[in-house]
Design a protein around this ligand. Structure first.
Ligand SMILES: Nc1ncnc2c1ncn2[C@@H]1O[C@H](COP(=O)(O)OP(=O)(O)OP(=O)(O)O)[C@@H](O)[C@H]1O
Ligand SMILES: [Mg+2]
Length: 238
């Protein structure tokens, strides 16, 4: 459904993404894992046209390369950004409504209710300022806001960063629910253990390139991946 073909992105003379080819199928949940600076965020920004990249971003067979970001969102791609970026002085509900697009605005009421069903904590805190929420709740809000555009593909950038294990397991459940309703997910994570546990396939990024790709359950057993990203040697217990 989403295809990144030979995608490259430089910041001035600094190469951040170097010839990536990545695919996400319909209803598939795919991880981009890699260390600090591997190029995960840059890849997601290039998909949305937030940075100027070379190569091609193709959604359902249509090249998006000439389209500006709003048109890419209308085409069905949405991002929950690294660092969440909720608007602290606005209420939870106002933050949610910011995620609407021209296409989804007529369904504002039903989409809001859908998000409250998916994230009951947000319902309880609908009229509170987003800045008063815990980190985990702000992360849920950032995801719910991204879902207000009814994307075919939801991109999540480091959703687990700084969150307690209990919230991380809630996020895994949410990703499973999205998959069950047919939304594709592209998950960028430094937390390889979490990412490999809740995705179908994964790409390991190193210095802006795909170093490895495969089924997540197979990569989580790969000795090199275990040593580099899971902090486990051969024979170690998980
Ligand atoms: N706005 C920018 N200007 C210049 N260089 C940048 C910019 N953003 C990222 N970089 C560089 O591009 C490379 C890839 O960064 P990127 O943020 O995509 O990595 P990442 O995999 O998302 O890392 P992290 O896990 O820390 O979020 C790094 O070398 C980084 O320093
Ligand atoms: Mg990043």
């Amino acid at each position: 459904m989403l295809e990144l073909r030979d995608l490259s992105l430089n910041y001035g003379s600094i190469p951040a993404v170097r010839g990536l080819t990545v695919r996400v199928g319909p209803g598939e949940v795919v991880a981009l894992i890699g260390a600090n600076g591997a190029g995960k965020t840059s890849t997601l920004k290039a998909v949305l046209g937030l940075e100027n990249a070379k190569g091609s971003v193709v959604l359902d067979g249509v090249a998006l390369d000439k389209l500006p970001t709003p048109a890419r969102v209308l085409a069905g791609i949405s991002l929950s950004p690294e660092g969440r970026h909720v608007f602290p002085q606005m209420s939870v509900e106002e933050n949610l409504l910011l995620g609407l697009t021209a296409r989804t605005r007529p369904q504002a009421g039903s989409l809001t209710q859908e998000m409250y069903a998916l994230f009951p904590r947000l319902y309880e805190r609908a009229s509170q300022k987003a800045g008063s929420l815990s980190g985990g709740e702000q992360q849920m809000l950032a995801i719910a806001r991204a879902l207000m555009s009814s994307p075919k593909l939801l991109m999540l950038d480091e959703p687990t960063l700084g969150l307690a294990p209990i919230i991380v397991s809630q996020l895994r459940v949410i990703i499973g629910t999205l998959k069950a309703r047919g939304t594709s997910v592209l998950l960028a994570e430094q937390n390889a253990e979490m990412a490999l546990a809740c995705t179908d396939r994964a790409y390991v990024l190193e210095n802006g390139k795909v170093a490895k790709e495969g089924l997540s359950r197979e990569l989580s057993q790969d000795p090199a991946v275990r040593a580099a990203y899971l902090g486990l040697g051969e024979g170690d217990e998980e």
